[in-house]
Write a protein of this length. Sequence first.
Length: 587
Amino acid sequence: MYLSNIKLWNYRKFGAMGEIDLAKPHLDLNLTKGLNVIIGENDSGKTAIVDAIKLVLKTHSYDYIRVDDKDFHKEANRFRIELTFDSLNPDEAKNFTEWLGWNGSGADAKPFLKLNYDVKRQADKIIPTDVKAGVDEDGYLLTAEAKEYLKATYLKPLRDAENELIAKRNSRLSQILLGDEAFKGKEKDNDLVKIFSGLKEELEKYFNEVDEAGQPKQGKQIKDKIDGYIKSFYSNDNESEFESTSTDIKSILEKLTLTLKGEPNPGLGTLNRLFMAAELLHLTKSNWSGLRLGLVEELEAHLHPQAQMQVIEAFQKQKDIQLILTTHSPNLASKLKLESLIICNNANAFSMGDTYTKLGKDNYKFLEKFLDTTKANLFFAKGVILVEGWAEEILLPSIAKAIGINLTEKGVSIVNIGHTGFDHYAKIYLRQAEPNMTVPVAVITDSDIREYEKSGDDFVKRDTQTVQQESQEKLATLNGKAEQCVKYFPAPNWTLEYSLFKSTCLKTTFETSVKKIHTGTDWNTDFEKALAIKLINKGLKKTEIAYQIANAIDEDLIKEVRTILNVDDSNDTVNYLVKAIKYATGN
């Protein structure tokens, strides 16, 4: 069985004003059988989803979980959580017979289990309630035994792995081991009990042993000293007795510490991986007919990037267990299969499965190969600007500053995809059905309508009217690709560099930068033609030129009297960059 769907009404940030309408949940999220990784910017709802699941199911580690005023959306006086479980096998279904529902009919009917947790408050007092199950709106109370079969395994953020793995009363390690078939139901005849029973006898012997001459050995000497005080405190008939700890299996397991062989002082990263490995042992035990669900917040806690990669690869190989993780790590996001991702955005959560996005099979294959750590930043951004090269990536932050916008403060990611295949990335944000995503995605691309062409051994300027017509058609085509939250911002003149050359505000800066980089080229005779030749022959050093222009803009911004003006001029040829920046930042 696995958690297939979670619905939330007025729970934390997932809510709205007015009464709850059960036909319109504020979050309706489908989950996959295996790995589910929830990502998104801070305060986007990742933890709320995990906490809602915990609130209903509780955990094997007996975490303290209760309803709080902060769980209600704003001023709402009621919230509701519904969890649906599917793919119950007969051994699992027998634990919930009286609460099951059925999909289909006859021999094809499949059981499902739906839980609901409906909480109200009145006069700022939270009214006690309990988890119910059943196909109707209200459901029926679950028994304590049924609830045990539904508990989740939970690893909290910034977990204290060392404290969970050391020997202590009710340690998490002892709880995990007690549930394993090696120990469960074998409290008397387990080999570990026999080992500790022998140890108990040896310890008692140590404190009562005398040598061949009848003189007390070291252990008995200690005991005799204590007995001297005991007799004076009580009477000559009393004496002390050393006993080792109880030999029941629980007490024995509480004396165990788990560490990594060959690492006398393991660090937090090592201990964290050990802790997760121990929890996986718990989730994969063979004598369990209940839910196998692991909740891990901030998987990357205490792990360096390479360790993160190793852990997520191992998690993706797990079978027969369900994992729901949250992360802020682009490293992890770049390593995952896209179908496993869930993006939190604007008080909603969006699965990246192929039945929900407009990504095709080829898009998924492409992204699985090319979505690296740098590009994976787009999953955590409040706005995204997709560009095709380094020049745009370098130049955009400086142009943004020139119009009073700091892209970093606005949470905008510039993603350099290195080519013109924007669809692979843009379609991440396009949905098959509502609700749609609201992350503004600006695609900056060249129009690629050449203003010069090669004629024999020379390069000649094309007919102005023809170029204008082709440019208008190309721009109309690109602008027509706008869909949902994705908009295109094409260069009006051939390329970024050609638009910079035509720009009123940046023309001088551009020409100065080009001449500084390409010192061996004659720019004085006909700058425009020389630029066109460089572009056609792919000989223009675009990245270095962009770097020079960006520096010039940055330096100009700190001058008392600025020389680079009117970057925000709507008639300027670089205004398409300004429009893209404003769209991505919500201006």
